[in-house]
Design a protein around this ligand. Structure first.
Ligand code: AMP
Length: 231
């Protein structure tokens, strides 16, 4: 078991890189909060909030929801997290305006990010993963189709009542192509923003889930003095 002392990190990478999966594992091993902007939007969508209605069209087309909406939603969520608790952001920031807003909001509280972990995966592999991806409506964990039958599981094996498994509207072929093109145009420049600040760590993501997880843990061990301590 590993305990994190208020570590603040960004899990960065294209859609389908495995950020959500790694976040679940890190939450279990480090006990830090997982803040996924996509999950926050999906929560608003399923609750039929005004913000959810606003985001719906952008999300279905695989486009970025406007910064005026996104930044406030994520910063509000982070402000609820106590100093000692730490967090990992997944899906945010997705452009340099968001990265600057995050830096400013943390700076106002005398905080900074400890690490930005970039999970690298080639487009061809991302397309393969996303077109086979199904998720649990309750916990958002991803599932693949059975390689032999081609059928996804009917119910989530992690949720006590077996949450429904569905394919996200933005995992269709057209939306995936759009999301990848937006990633390369608008999101990838954020890497340079963090590289300049000495925060970026690149990790090859086309390996087993466990291998990627261990690489992330190794990187966090070197993030800031004593950011991660093992017990
Ligand atoms: P994700 O689950 O991270 O793939 O996000 C699903 C969708 O939510 C994205 O395709 C966007 O439409 C929207 N979204 C999530 N995070 C952001 C963000 N940081 N900026 C703008 N839109 C976002």
């Amino acid at each position: 078991m590993t305990a994190a002392n208020g570590i603040r990190l960004v899990l960065f990478g294209p859609p389908g890189a495995g950020k959500g999966t790694q976040a679940q594992l890190l939450r279990e091993s480090l006990g830090i909060e997982h803040v996924s902007s996509g999950d926050l939007f999906r929560h608003h969508l399923s609750n039929g909030t005004e913000l959810g209605e606003l985001a719906r069209g952008y999300m279905n087309r695989g486009e970025l929801v406007p910064d005026e909406v996104t930044i406030g939603m994520v910063i509000d969520r982070i402000s609820d997290i106590g100093d000692a608790d730490g967090f990992m952001l997944d899906g945010f920031p997705r452009n340099t305006t968001q990265a600057e807003a995050l830096e400013a909001a943390l700076g106002e509280r005398d905080q900074r990010l400890d690490r930005v972990v970039h999970i690298q995966v080639e487009d061809s592999e991302l397309i393969r993963r996303l077109s086979n991806r199904y998720v649990c409506r309750a916990c958002q964990r991803p599932f693949a189709r059975d390689p032999e039958t081609g059928v996804p599981p009917a119910k989530c094996v992690y949720c006590p009542d077996g949450g429904d498994i569905y394919q996200r509207d933005d995992d269709t072929e057209a939306a995936v192509a759009n999301r990848l093109s937006i990633y390369h145009q608008e999101t990838a420049p954020v890497l340079e923003f963090y590289r300049q600040r000495g925060l970026l760590a690149d990790i090859p993501g086309e390996r087993s889930i466990d291998a990627v997880h261990h690489s992330v843990l190794r990187i966090l061990d070197t993030a800031g003095a004593g950011a991660v301590s093992k017990s």
